[in-house]
Design a protein around this ligand. Structure first.
Ligand code: F6R
Length: 589
């Protein structure tokens, strides 16, 4: 939530604004309530910011006209104070000589604000962030140099933060990180600090991933990092060269990232499977831990939770003891040292998941993580870090990463039990064929669902997590209210809402014999039925029969439900890449 970028270069020019604007577009998926930048030039600090989306704010505030030798920028997902011009970042001190952008939550901001106000500082926003520039100003007023003042300000904060600060007249961007992601990009004659790598991928592929408790500054030539305690850290050995291509963070001719990323899932899955198999040592370690576990606690949020439920269903089918848990409800589970936790998160930064894992670790449980971001908070917290290689996902709704999660979990299960070895090799081609064959039908279904206000998604066994994902996706991007149920449960209440024309979507990839009855029950009430079936047709009003095994059908279902939601959103005139009120990475409680 919230995207931050900082760029510092040797020459004073407009290029700095061009790079920052480009980065803000790449970061917009992290929040789109407001946008702002601050530049430092020989004239001082200039701030331009407003409520609204990147393209609009950039145009209205004429950001490309700014020159400078450094610039910081921010896209906001509001936590403290509603989206507004004055709550937009950057925030400044009383004199406009310090500017700050922040991603995170400062828990003690009220106390700090009262104290600073009593010292005469004037606040203009309702944000927690605004205490930071005033703290820096206060410490500088007391005689500290700017870096010491920055460090003192950071030490005063309780909460989570990725912070950038700039000071009038200085060719330096100060940064600090705790519980929110921050990466440094090493360019030629310029350096970058950002929430994530895609922000500066056009400029450099050389990256340093910062750790919690690290702070420092970048200049055009230098990166200085130290710990909160003041120990200097040599980060040169931590430089990695990322293999993500710059094209992977552009729309590449597609109207939306969501559509592009659905089309990327075959390659994402292939890269994921090959990547996991190329690190057999880690995979074997994970499999060993799962095999020895008395109980597997599967923990995740949102779409990743649905992937986790899929793994849970697989484990149950072989008699393993597994407990799926929505990450934000972690405190309901008493973990112990014989448990193994499997934590799944695309971003690896979701606070609910990270907190759950930290808590389970204190009870002695071993943690395996599955993430898409190397060096993410979750990966660092885990004993065994498995990585998907789905590439960057810019659309807010998870699509290719969901399919890659299913594939990685299927591979993990296959290594654990010896099943599905041959079928896993076919997933890529099944996905390619599915998208090619069924995109047209998915579009028609999406256009039909776009006319409805409510829908049910029903499934059994392995089909249930996919039904849940189908309902989540159409809610998220098309704002069609949808609920998912185990199909057999639908007659215990949900069926009361079904009247002629009510859409009911069946994910018929497991227990088709039982779903036939559930479908008949819905038809008897006049429901308009849609079904994706592996082999046995339900006789739905709209039906795709895949002609695949149940196991392979689960993979084919994923892009179809995503395409249906995409086309429903577009038909309704919504931007599926930026669903209202959502952010891609949720780093608040
Ligand atoms: C759904 C979606 C969210 C995320 C959830 C967890 O399309 O994107 O529900 O799945 O916020 O995010 P990660 O996987 O990053 O932990």
């Amino acid at each position: 939530m919230c995207g931050i970028i900082g760029v510092v270069c040797q020459e004073e020019s407009r290029r700095i604004a061009e790079i920052t604007v480009n980065a803000l577009k790449r970061l917009e998926y992290r929040g789109y309530d407001s946008v702002g930048v601050a530049s430092v030039s020989s004239r001082g600090i200039e701030v331009r910011k407003a409520k609204g989306k990147v393209d609009d704010v950039v145009r209205i505030k004429r950001i490309p006209e700014l020159t400078g030798f450094l610039m910081i920028g921010h896209t906001r997902w509001a936590t403290h104070g509603p989206p507004s011009d004055k709550n937009a970042h950057p925030h400044t001190d009383c004199k406009g000589e310090v500017a700050v952008v922040h991603n995170g939550t400062i828990k003690n901001y009220r106390e700090l604000r009262e104290e600073l106000e009593s010292l005469g500082h004037k606040f203009v926003s309702e944000t927690d962030t605004e205490v930071i520039p005033h703290l820096i100003e206060e410490f500088m007023k007391r005689g500290m140099d700017s870096f010491s003042a920055f460090k003192a300000a950071i030490r005063a904060l309780h909460g989570s933060y990725a912070v950038l600060a700039i000071v009038k007249g200085e060719r330096k961007i100060y940064f600090a990180k705790k519980d929110n992601p921050l990466v440094i990009g090493l360019g030629n004659g310029m350096n970058f600090v950002a929430s994530d790598i895609p922000a500066f991928l056009d400029e450099t592929d050389r990256v340093i991933v910062l750790k919690d408790g690290e702070l420092g500054y970048v200049t055009p030539e230098e990166v200085h990092v130290e710990t909160l305690e003041g120990n200097v850290v040599d980060v040169t050995k931590r430089t990695i060269v990322v293999t993500w291509k710059s094209e992977s963070v552009t729309k590449g001719g597609y109207p939306h990232f969501m559509l592009k990323e659905i089309h990327e899932s075959p390659v994402a899955v292939e890269d994921t499977i090959n990547g996991m198999l190329s690190d057999m040592e880690t995979l074997t370690e994970a499999v060993k831990a799962l095999a020895e576990a008395r109980r597997v606690i599967v923990v995740a949020s949102g779409t990743s939770y649905h992937a986790g439920l899929y793994f849970h269903e697989l484990l149950l089918s072989e008699g393993y003891n597994s407990l799926p848990i929505i990450a934000s409800e972690y405190y309901t589970v008493k973990a112990n040292p014989s448990d193994v936790v499997l934590a799944i998160s695309q971003s690896g930064e979701t606070l609910d998941v990270v907190q759950a894992v930290k808590s389970f670790k204190t009870k002695g449980a071993k943690v395996i993580s599955l993430t898409n971001v190397i060096g993410s908070a979750l990966a660092r917290e885990s004993d065994v870090a498995l990585y998907m290689r789905a590439g960057p996902e810019i659309g807010v709704a998870a699509t290719k990463t969901f399919v890659s999660q299913l594939a990685s979990l299927a591979l993990l299960f296959s290594e654990l039990t010896g099943s599905f070895k041959e079928e896993i090799k076919k997933i890529r081609s099944i996905l390619e064929r599915t998208i090619e064959t069924y995109e047209g039908i998915s579009k028609e279904w999406g256009e039909e669902l776009a006319k409805k206000s409510n829908a049910y998604y029903l499934g059994r066994g392995l089909g249930l997590p996919l039904a849940m994902e189908g309902a989540l996706k159409i809610k998220e991007v098309a704002y069609v209210h949808a609920e998912a149920y185990p199909a057999g449960e639908s007659k215990h209440g949900p069926i009361a809402l079904v009247s002629p024309g009510f859409p009911v979507f069946f994910i018929n990839v497991d227990k088709s014999d039982l779903l036939l009855n559930n479908h008949a029950e819905m038809k008897a009430r006049g429901a308009e039925t849609f079904a994706i079936s592996s082999n046995v047709a339900l006789g739905a009003d709209h039906e795709i029969v895949l002609g695949l095994s149940d196991f392979l059908s689960t993979f084919a279902v994923a892009p179809i439900i995503q395409l249906v939601s995409y086309y429903a959103a577009v038909t309704r005139g919504y931007d599926p890449d930026k669903p209202r009120n959502l952010a891609k990475t949720v780093t608040v409680e």
